[in-house]
Design a protein around this ligand. Sequence first.
Ligand code: TYM
Length: 331
Amino acid sequence: MEIVASGIRPTGNLHLGNYFGALQNFVKMQEENHCFFFIADYHSLTTHPTPGDLHGNVKNVLAEFLASGLDPEKATIYVQSDLPETAELYLLLNMNAYIGELERCTSFKEKIRTQPQNVNAGLLTYPTLMAADIIIHKANKVPVGKDQEQHLEMTRTFVNRFNRIYKVDYFPEPVAYNFGETLIKIPGLDGSLKMSKSANEVSAIFLADSPDVIRKKVMRAVTDSGPVDPNKPRSQGVENLFSLLSYFSDPQTNTHFNESYLAGTIRYGDLKKQLAEDIIRFTAPFREKIIALTSDNEYLKKVAALGAEKARVSARKTVREVREIIGFKSF
Ligand code: TYM
């Protein structure tokens, strides 16, 4: 049985990118593996140091995890900050993480650009905290979207370094986990390459969005003035719509719009209308469950308590063993 671990930051509701990148196959995954799925609330402070309603955000993501089909009996679902052992392992990993490699990380460079007023140490060491999340359970598989590839590569570097420095074969090398051939990147409706909750409100469609909101967002998606030369690459906005169509619409619909694009007869408005309805059909079951679960405080409390208790078993064991390996001893 493989050990799987993954997390999502509670900085907003879950969008289609989060779902396809990290959650899509979780229903099957939790049947076949020992899965840990957590809400990365420590991580969220790297971009949102004074969140208006941290607990409310955590609660929403927990409800969305459950609505996506995660089963608290089968998988271990927990809140990152309920497991302070993670913070200790993060501290220990930081001793062997080098400034140069952390500064070279693409997501760090990106954050320097997008939040120059808050380039904090948490951002720099984001990859070591993420590594701690994964290896605290000695996970070897990590379901994530394409944007997390480099962080996983860094986790492997930290793992190999730990094993080498302390002359042990203790931590396994985790790899990205997705049932498809390659890792997924769902594009944004604003013409950006990645659907993202932080970019801006019009980039993302959330699992909890109402049909009206979805229609409005899709109809406003960025396109161009129409196909100029079908042999030239499509503009990014149009490419994104076709990419979304391939996820949410049936093969005939895809063929139809691809053919009418090539024939130069396509009307983007028709494509958008169809795409919006197909996304609404896809999200409807999630939305209903999210609404019901978000108001069930007692149940969410139970799920979080059970998850923390289960996660603590492997976390305590790992931290105890790591302390021994490094040489900490109690008197
Ligand atoms: P976050 O909240 O930014 O993203 C959560 C997950 O959603 C995926 N994702 C996407 N996948 C495809 N297309 C998109 N447009 C898209 N946008 C987001 C991300 O790849 C991710 O899988 N650093 C993590 C949180 C984390 C974590 C971990 C993950 C903390 N510790 C340990 C795995 C293991 C993150 O990016 O969160």
